[in-house]
Design a protein around this ligand. Sequence first.
Ligand code: SF4
Length: 937
Amino acid sequence: MTSTPVIERSPKTWDETKTTTCYMCACRCGIKVYLKDGSITYIEGNRDHPVNKGVICGKGAAGIKQHTSPSRLSKPLLRVGERGAGEFKEIEWDEALSLATRWFSDVRKSDPKKLAFFTGRDQSQGLTSWWATQFGTPNYAAHGGFCSVNMAAAGLYTFGGAFWEFGEPDWEHTKYFMLFGVAEDHGSNPIKAGIGKLKKRGAKFVSINPIKTGYSAVADEWIGIRPGTDGLFVGALIHELLAAGEIDAPSLRDFTNAAWLVRDNLDHADHGLFLIGEDGQPLVWDGVRKAPASSADVIESRSLLGRYVLPDGTKTATSLHLIAERYLDQSWSSEAVETRCGVPAKTIKRIAAELAHHAFHEKVELDVPWTDHYGRTHKTMVGRPVSMHAMRGISAHANGFQTCRAVHLLQILLGTIDAPGGFRYKAPYPRPIPPAIKPTGKSGQVFPNEPLPGPPLGFITSPDDLLIDEKGTPQRIDKAYSWDAPLAAHGMMHMVITNAAKKDPYGIDVLFMYMANMSWNSAMNVPDTIKYLTMKDETTGDYVIPKIIYSDAYASEMVHYADLILPDTTYLERWDCISLLDRPISEADGPADSIRQPVVAPDRDVRPFQTVLLDLGARLGLPGMTTAEGKPRYPGGYEDYIVNHERAPGIGPLAGYRGVDGTLSGKGAPNPDQLKRYIKNGCHFFHELAPEQKYFKHVNKIYLDFATGFGLIEAPNAIIHQLYCEPLQKFKLAAEGHGAVQPPETHRKRLIEAFDPIPNWYPPFEGKMIDETKFPMHAVTQRPMAMYHAWGSQNQWLRQILGRNWLYIAHQRAASLGIKDGDWVTLTSHHGQIRAQAKLMNGVNPDTVWTWNAIGKRSGTWGLENNAPESKQGFLLNHLISELLPEREGGYRFSNSDPVTGQAAWYDLRVRLEKAADVNGLSAPQFPDLKPVRAAQ
Ligand code: SF4
């Protein structure tokens, strides 16, 4: 008799689990990592985590392959050949840090602004911006300027919050959800889970996007809009709602500046500014007394509409009156915009009616009393269950700031901001409008060997705040906060290399970058960026950008153009904090933050960038990073800083488990056991608000008191929504010739057009400046579900899903050009040409072609074989985009950006599509192969 073999059908594949936070995209889900014999075997979602509640996506699960990627760097590298030649020698950390310290020190003691420090999609901006402040350079920013800064700025100047991850739809109560220009970016698992909830409850989901992929593919209604026209579409919705009188008058009157009086004094320096009373408060018109009154004294009898003449003869109108005059004009009617948007008038009218119906006739009422900032108690929380969310489809256009303001205006007119069923703030928002932090970097603020008196980034409210000198010359290398981009809240990273190479406004000595693939998929205009990175001074023979220090975990394209490489760890090998001082993981129901802990130790000679930064700070003797005795203040590295750093008394990077015994939240002394407490709690901290604090936070007295005590805001003042944006009017007045700080003549026209205090729409610049008949189509990218930025397409598992990209074209357009599925085509812009292989589809605006973002790779990088499909068939649209617009009157070339915030206008791209020959099955352009940089084995 033979014995039956015993098969272990479910062998235990782990002997240990650890929690941490995912970094495979921006959502920062909690994960549980399984280990066996010290090696990672499996990653799953952490069921107890507030962000994802156990859900994990394909990217998150593939984190193992990110951690073991063959493209990981393994040791500090010093360039020994020419830039781009791939000739490096390995050096020890001490030599690398000594060299970096010497380069930095030389700059700091002569002119600190000659260090430009810019970071990519890292999650430690609380630390990096503080480091730049301590160093004394204003030339600092993260990647927000080429991501979606105009969206953040539009929100922060309008309602004290923003889309991005700073708020979310009220998934539990919303009945009508509109999503503008979101594929999978900045909202992966949370939006998927939210849409799932809507589907279960039968709520309607409308997606506005030229392309029907990802979320749009599961929407109840897809609006395949023409790129760059969302502002027109939203304006037409506003027109229809105002014409029908379907607005939330009480909330506009009480909680916004709709009733504030605006001066009507055309051609004078105070035209369009608010009238301020003797008590320092804006004036309103008291409709009962028929007289002006302080907004602090009169609430219910404020007039929302009307033009009024004050007793002293001053002519005024309410903000809402001006807004209504604009949008009731027939130029905003559905019929007037339908052709430009590619959305039929009857569809726009129906959607406006659906919005009104859901906001005002399907209202949600929570049996929760709350008290507003006037001290009035409301018996219930009455909601308007219409929610909206938006992202890069809105923001990557030159008109994105105003378009996003228009979306916020629509939300506010419907009374849906932080109302049950609407769009909800996440802590630390709402914050004062705009946040009361001004950028630092004027000439009297930058001195050798001294920290800046304030942070490099902030929010300006008038031309007086601009970082320019008396001649109007920009003070920052990226020209942020100059007349080129006055409200550049996150800087303009896409202009740094161009400006530095052209020494416009000045040259720099050291370019220091982290996780920013600026020589490839993060560059507008790849060939010229490479040219600038390798350009030499003809007289000295030195590089025009003399020194480039770069830190990354992987052998990206940018590594090849740096002089000194500081290899970073992967996200599973280090401490991190996802902080309320930066971009936390808060939920609408309460503040939350989280940490990463090293799940495994690095098996290479690499160090966490944040620890390296603190080490460099101590070597340089930066005050915040050095003790009075000249010793490192955080000798234990980043984890030491996370626990012990205090930005203000009692306020540190993490809000949870503060105080010596860990019993305080928000504010409290450092707790030496804080990280242990986080780990015990699954690496996160969440403070759930009381029911009476959860909605109307901007005007909710109990919430505002809480937020002040918790350290989220400085004072419990109401955050009044700014439909009419006075700071914009101040810039417009300057452009019209008023005030002491005046723009150059070249800038006046565009400032007058763009700095409209009432949300407005203007055509994207690129389309306006080229011959549209030669470039009749739009070209945009979408974020794929399986990848995030450039990191994903080196991942062995994710590459199997998307190993290359295609150019997607509408069937009808392809047929008219004789293009069949699989044909090769050329795309030509005013700037360049690419060759790609076509795929035909139905779900795309017929005037638009598109592809997946950041799949194309340069041969010889990211640890991929030279003939990898990513480089031979993959391609980027970046080669068609210029960082500068065509020359304008006066010869000035503006950056290809939103003129308000400097946001890169990636999606304004106009192209011509033609059938092409198959050239050996290769996409074009093909850049020379790079010599692979030695990476981890
Ligand atoms: S959604 Fe993003 S953060 Fe969450 S598991 Fe997926 S990749 Fe990770």
